[in-house]
Design a protein around this ligand. Structure first.
Ligand SMILES: Nc1nc2c([nH]c(=O)n2[C@H]2C[C@H](O)[C@@H](COP(=O)(O)OP(=O)(O)OP(=O)(O)O)O2)c(=O)[nH]1
Ligand SMILES: [Mg+2]
Length: 131
């Protein structure tokens, strides 16, 4: 009998809110990665030496080319995938510098909050959006 220990993955993601407070920025995962083609809140895995906010700052710089000016923790979600356990810390980013664009070739879109449910999201975020 073999016991499979799931990987634990700590992820930080951002709900980036537009200046008029009406829209949130989402990105579509490239087709060649896990959950490819689904929409997500930008972010990624924390390095072992990083705090959540440090990791989020690095990820938003790498993925969108923006620098966080002001952010606060919004919600923590756990989710079991078949092969891993994800701990996702979602931050609300109220203020940032720079113009976001998909630095890794991913589609990026500002979406009215009320329309988020029209986008196929990764499992975790479906829960976050209470769909
Ligand atoms: N960023 C992000 N990740 C999410 C969301 N929902 C969700 O289940 N995840 C999962 C998918 C992945 O297993 C993990 C984050 O992976 P990632 O692919 O963004 O990590 P990363 O940016 O560090 O990319 P890489 O270095 O592994 O290429 O969290 C979400 O809304 N945003
Ligand atoms: Mg990522």
């Amino acid at each position: 009998m073999s016991i499979k220990v799931k990987r634990r993955v700590h992820v930080a993601a951002a709900a980036i809110i537009s200046a008029d407070q009406q829209q949130v920025l989402i990105a579509r995962r490239p087709s060649n990665v896990d959950h490819g083609g689904l929409w997500e809140f930008p972010g990624g895995k924390l390095a072992p030496y990083e705090t959540g906010l440090e990791g989020l700052k690095r990820e938003l710089h790498e993925e969108l080319g923006v620098e966080i000016v002001c952010a606060q923790p919004l919600i923590r979600v756990h989710h079991e995938y078949p092969d891993k356990h994800i701990l996702l810390d979602v931050w609300q980013v109220h203020e940032f510098a720079g113009e976001p664009f998909g630095r890794e070739g991913q589609a990026v879109r500002w979406v009215p909050m009320s329309e988020l449910s029209n986008y196929p999201f990764q499992r975790l975020i479906c829960r976050f959006c209470a769909r």
